[in-house]
Design a protein around this ligand. Sequence first.
Ligand code: F55
Length: 821
Amino acid sequence: MSMGFDKETFKKSVIYNVKNVFRKTIDEATPEQAFQAVAYAVKDVIIDEWIATHKEYEKQDAKTLYYLSMEFLMGRALGNNIINIMALPEVKEVLDELGFDLNAIEDQEPDPALGNGGLGRLAACFLDSLATLGYPAYGCGIRYRYGMFKQKIENGYQMEVPDDWLKNGYPFEVRRAEYATEVKFGGYVRTVWEDGREHFVQEGYQSVRAVPYDMPIVGYGNNVVNTLRIWDAEAINTFSLDSFDKGDYQKAVEQENLAKTIVEVLYPNDNHYAGKELRLKQQYFFISASVQRAVKKYMEKHEDIHKFFEKTVFQLNDTHPTVAVPELMRILLDEFNLTWDEAWAVTTKTCAYTNHTIMSEALEKWPIELFSRLLPRIYQIVEEINRRFVEQIQQMYPGNQDKIRKMAIIYDGQVRMANLAIVGGFSVNGVARLHTEILKKEELRDFYEMMPQKFNNKTNGITQRRFLLHGNPLLAEWVTGKIGSEWITNLPHIHRLAVYADDPKCQQEFMDIKYQNKVRLAKYIKEHNGIDVDPRSIFDVQVKRLHEYKRQLMNILHVIYLYNQLKDNPNLDMIPRTFIFGAKAAAGYKRAKLTIKLINSVADVINNDKSIDGKIKVVFIEDYKVSNAEIIFAAADVSEQISTASKEASGTGNMKFMLNGALTLGTMDGANVEIVEEVGAENAFIFGMTSDEVIGYENKGGYNPMEIFNNNYQIRRVLMQLINGYFAPQDPELFRDIYNSLLNTQSSDRADTYFILKDFPSYAEAQQRIDQAYRNETWWAKAAILNVACSGKFTSDRTIEEYVNDIWHLEKVKVEIEANQ
Ligand code: F55
């Protein structure tokens, strides 16, 4: 139990909160009110540790990581916090005594969804691991008024509903007005000559007040509480209008609008860059505020800004926070009067960059016009960084224009953020071994050749505290019963389970738990979709953002193909299968949205076809998010990780499935490669082209899908069903675009860009192997247990230790708390 936790105090605190906040007695409280009251009571327990942690960091003058990220996909905090303060049994008892059920109360919390998918969730897992390992770290981001949209499915189509997550107030956040700071946009730069050198003053700008809200990040059982600091924007009307603008009413209104719009909403695109002006405003807004604050904090305890990097490191989560490089330069040059070389030395020793994709459409490139208009002083600095870098290229490769074309930061009228991030920092990392190798060999080859020492790999990981201990309590308890609880903070320890993989009793226990988790998911599906699914069928799951490269389309085409076989032969001997999908499509991504409609249309036909005797069910789970993900992973038998090889940088869902004992059906892509290496190819279902083969075809300009269409009757039949009204009787043309995307060269794309037809036969064959394998329950149980046992590498604790050793060089801090403070 947590040192600071006392059951009776906690109970009084809950009752008091209900009374004080809602003027009700505990028996009158609604579930939502009970949630608020319990959350405040938990926060009360956390707060002493939170204060103590930061006192300790101050005392030790610890080096601090700032994890700069546009996204933190946190998921619910209540259950996680209760687990991490190690008070779960006591809290359950208290709530029981008060007549409440913890699960029902947890369900009242909105999912803080300040992220799109993998990148944002990775940031959240990292914060959990940093706190649990005791490293001084801040997450820095944006307090979006509206997070990732809520997905409703109407008539098979995705509808986006605003995510008003703050409407009842969020009990875990704390507003820190004392750290508010000003962020300036636009205007122009005036050069003044003073003390024998140039000075640069931004004038005629608009500004907003950045106000931080802090959320506690509770370490597991170690009294450490770190901080996620997310910035809100407020209007500045009362100060900072320079004399030229005094009384400028128009400007006051504009500034108010700027403040309102800047943090209004999270852009719902993943792996796609839209180039919106507001997005660049968001980036500079939270970066300027975070960097200013980090510098101020450093100067409170230190004299010499030249040594800033000894106490501070900025990790850039993709290129979205890259303006941190010129912003730090600006502060060092303009506010501390460092020389260029001095400022550059500090900046390049402070910043490090993580790349999450090789997809070219995700690369951020800002038009110079927009960039320089919005950030005039920052643009000047980027120009100078570029000028010096191009000089360096010329020195190294005299006369080589090609190198400049590929590596310059400013080129073709655009500011290329990845190039800036690589040049402006000391580390560039990919997120899985294969991905890093592709970066070095292909996408970032010239940079790797020029500065190989910067490149390194950090294979992603996930937190077992949320995705096993919290999400799958039955399995967690079983694991602890077998091998003790060490795995909670030392996941490789879970390998001790391997000795039980062959034990029939253990196999039975494991399969029983899987069954109960499938019952839990079936109940969720019944409540949310109204569909009955059989928990004895194979739960075959693909949950992730909807994107063509992830190939949900291949999955649903295979479902149609299987269905056709069943129709041809109703006695077909197959294990009943439930195909489960969950995916949000970016609001403007037409083909992705049409794919959702296709999945739902196929589901309609198949689920209502009595003739197949329920052997196939198709379920599209509405509003896939962190909270229902926990339930879904726990219940999965098959984990679909079927991206076109080379396209998925890592994947992290793949790891969550493995940890919960699902078998991977996947391509040799991203971290799948390392998963298979850990668990053995014999305990997974691998298919499809390798990344080398894919890249080989791409370099040749693609392949000809027509050949497959012409020669494979079953595939042709499935494709024809897309355009003959089979799944859309009222509108046979509905899925024409999908059909075309597979067979015809589109305006800018090759036919079947993602090699769906090319990989289809191999995918169908792997699916067939699964059907066979599941018949042998002993084999399956053993393979599933081995997947859990071999998941140790994929804890984010390991990833964080690697970042610390190779990049951040932080030191662990211990926080002692006296009992019952
Ligand atoms: C969001 C916005 C933009 Cl502009 C670009 C990308 C994204 C985004 O959400 N990317 C993303 O989630 N990338 C994923 O990162 C994961 C964590 O590293 C990887 O596992 C995954 O392969 C990658 O697609």
